[in-house]
Design a protein around this ligand. Structure first.
Ligand SMILES: [Zn+2]
Length: 261
């Protein structure tokens, strides 16, 4: 929920190194079933009938991201590793990525592979969608600021019917805005690693993504253009400079947007 591994270039580099030495050959665990579903290779310790509806919904998630962000997502294969318990997850992850054993789920980008690890529990589909969003974005974009990577994952982890409204943040955010506490901008852009990211940073990252996608056509287009620029392997510069160059009152408008929510 709070500290997923994807997004941190440094941490990913470390992970990639450790993955190269530990698990590039085969994925070994006590899998109940292994099969392909679209672009996903599923390795599951849980009855496939119980996970299959959520796995099938991932193809719709891909379209939802493409439609919302107006970028084309890669169809690179993603390995989904679904564990029957936190203990099974921990036993599998500990020798490979020891720093991730206490996280609820994990995305790892290898040299030629994308791995999503998730425990089958009450929030497993949310965690699955969060990590698969990271996998889609990392397979499709040459880079992405950490805060934006997490903000997008927090937005798309919800079922499509939620329309991006993340209830774990929205009430607290509105309260803060009414107390005239502003939304951070450059502070988010300075975040370099997941170990620096606090729950408030996830909330504020989600808030900027939600505001851009729902406030107006103008803000939505600016976010889309920013991501398209990255996809073309051009350097758009810092997001908030880009946003306020196209929409000078963006910060004040965002704060008003949440105050009156
Ligand atoms: Zn994440």
């Amino acid at each position: 929920m709070y500290a997923r591994l994807s997004g941190s270039a440094l941490l990913l580099a470390i992970l990639q190194l450790s993955l190269l030495t530990c698990c590039s050959a085969t994925i070994r665990a006590d899998w109940q079933a292994e099969y392909s579903e679209g672009q996903f290779r599923v390795h599951t310790q849980v009855d496939p009938d119980r996970i299959q509806p959520a796995v099938r919904r991932l193809s719709r998630l891909q379209k939802q991201i493409e439609e919302s962000l107006q970028i084309e997502l890669s169809d690179q294969t993603v390995d989904l590793l679904i564990f029957s318990s936190q203990r099974q997850y921990r036993d599998y992850v500990a020798p490979r990525v020891p720093e991730a054993v206490n996280r609820p789920a994990l995305f790892v980008k290898g040299p030629d592979a994308l791995w999503v690890h998730v425990v089958y529990d009450n929030s497993w589909e949310t965690n699955l969608r969060h990590e698969v969003t990271h996998a889609f974005l990392h397979a499709s974009l040459p880079f992405l600021p950490l805060w934006l990577d997490e903000g997008l994952a927090e937005y798309f982890e919800l079922p499509e019917s939620a329309k991006g409204v993340n209830r774990k943040y929205s009430g607290n955010l509105v309260w803060r805005m009414r107390l005239r506490r502003g939304l951070p901008t450059s502070e988010l852009e300075q975040l370099q690693s997941l170990t620096e990211m606090r729950p408030d940073d996830y909330r504020d990252s989600w808030a900027w993504v939600y505001f851009c996608l729902h406030s107006s056509n103008e803000t939505r287009t600016l976010l889309q253009n920013y991501l398209q620029t990255i996809q073309r392997e051009e350097v758009p510069g810092a997001f908030f400079r880009y946003l306020t160059a196209g929409y000078p009152s963006a910060v004040a408008t965002a704060e008003r947007f949440y105050r009156s929510w």
